[in-house]
Design a protein around this ligand. Structure first.
Ligand SMILES: *Cc1c(COP(=O)(O)O)cnc(C)c1O
Length: 312
């Protein structure tokens, strides 16, 4: 069993000429180093769900994801580490040999059920009759929604900022379903600016989702989050989820070469590309200290490199 490192996350200063010219300090919070397989924010999101599942006496976790999903990979690894059977409902048809994500999830003991894109649609996959049929097939399970965002996930993500031991002005994180940024929003002081960088098109929907997650979290807590000091930066999705462009690939390559830190293609690469672009093209960050959360996701790079026939 690997220890999950949640309290000793490195905060790494990133040196770049264009940053020092503008008197900007940028730090990368290396959440990606918290565990080799339950990497980054996926651990934060699972942590209290695992506790809840144990408390409710469950022995199985069931969740949903695409064939390259970081969440699927993390849930399988967490199941193995913390003694749950795991079932992954995977969108689309089985492709053999399994890609790197699913191969590792299988090694970690996950059982897969492939469902059609139609069945996978939001209104179908959480449909009561479908869930009942899954219970008949597998027995009782603790269900974790696709991407794992719920009030307990937000609670886990509030702990991300506990590792920041310097003062700062701005904190940035990449967004998929918004659970991670919701946790950051709920936990930072109001004088700090929170920027979320969606990896998908459609930032307006996401804003609503984040507000709902914040409400769910604060209702659980019986308190309020008044922090209005957050924005979504919707210009850097590169065409949508899992879409890449050559300039993103070269950015990730250069970053690795110069800083010896890997970024992923879906989330952290796009976010940092976007932040650099904004810093270069405006003065809004001049003289500020910025924290960028590295939420992990490196396991997904293998699939991209195979698909794009590149090596980073
Ligand atoms: C899943 C994921 C995100 C998005 O997290 P949400 O809570 O769904 O917004 C960001 N970065 C990485 C690396 C991820 O794997």
């Amino acid at each position: 069993m690997f220890e999950v490192n949640e309290n000793n996350i490195p905060l790494v200063p990133i040196q770049e000429d264009f940053l020092s010219k503008k008197n900007i300090e940028l730090y990368l919070l290396r959440e990606d180093l918290n565990h080799p397989e339950i990497s980054g924010n996926k651990w934060r999101k699972l942590k209290y769900n695992l506790k809840e599942a144990k408390k409710e006496g469950h022995t199985q976790l069931l969740t949903f994801g695409g064939a390259f999903s970081n969440h699927i990979a993390a849930t399988a690894a967490a199941g193995r580490e913390f003694g749950f059977e795991t079932i992954g409902i995977i969108r689309g048809e089985e492709t053999l040999p399994l890609n790197a994500t699913l191969a590792l999830a299988r090694e970690n003991g996950m059982t897969f059920k492939y469902v059609s894109r139609e069945q996978y649609r939001e209104e179908n996959k959480y449909d009561k009759t479908f869930i009942k049929s899954l219970e008949q097939e597998y027995g009782k399970f603790y269900i974790i929604q696709e991407g794992g965002s719920n009030a307990l996930a937000v609670k886990g993500c509030t702990e991300i900022v506990h590792n920041i031991n310097v003062g700062y002005d701005v904190i940035c994180t990449a967004c998929g379903t918004g659970g991670t940024v919701a946790g950051v929003i709920a936990s930072v002081d109001r004088d700090k600016q929170v920027l979320g960088f969606p990896a998908l098109k459609g930032g307006a929907f996401l804003k609503d989702d984040i507000e709902q997650l914040l409400t769910a979290y604060t209702n659980d807590l019986n308190s309020e989050v008044e922090n209005e000091n957050w924005h979504l930066i919707t210009d850097y999705h590169f065409g949508g989820f899992a879409k890449v462009k050559p300039e993103l690939v070269s950015f990730i390559k250069r970053f690795k070469k110069e800083h010896h830190i890997l970024l992923d293609f879906i989330y952290t690469g796009k976010m940092l590309f976007g932040l650099y672009d904004m810093i270069k093209n405006s003065n809004q960050f001049d003289d500020k200290r910025i924290i960028v959360v590295h939420t992990g996701g490196i396991q997904g790079n293998k699939g991209f490199e195979e698909r794009l026939k590149i090596t980073i």
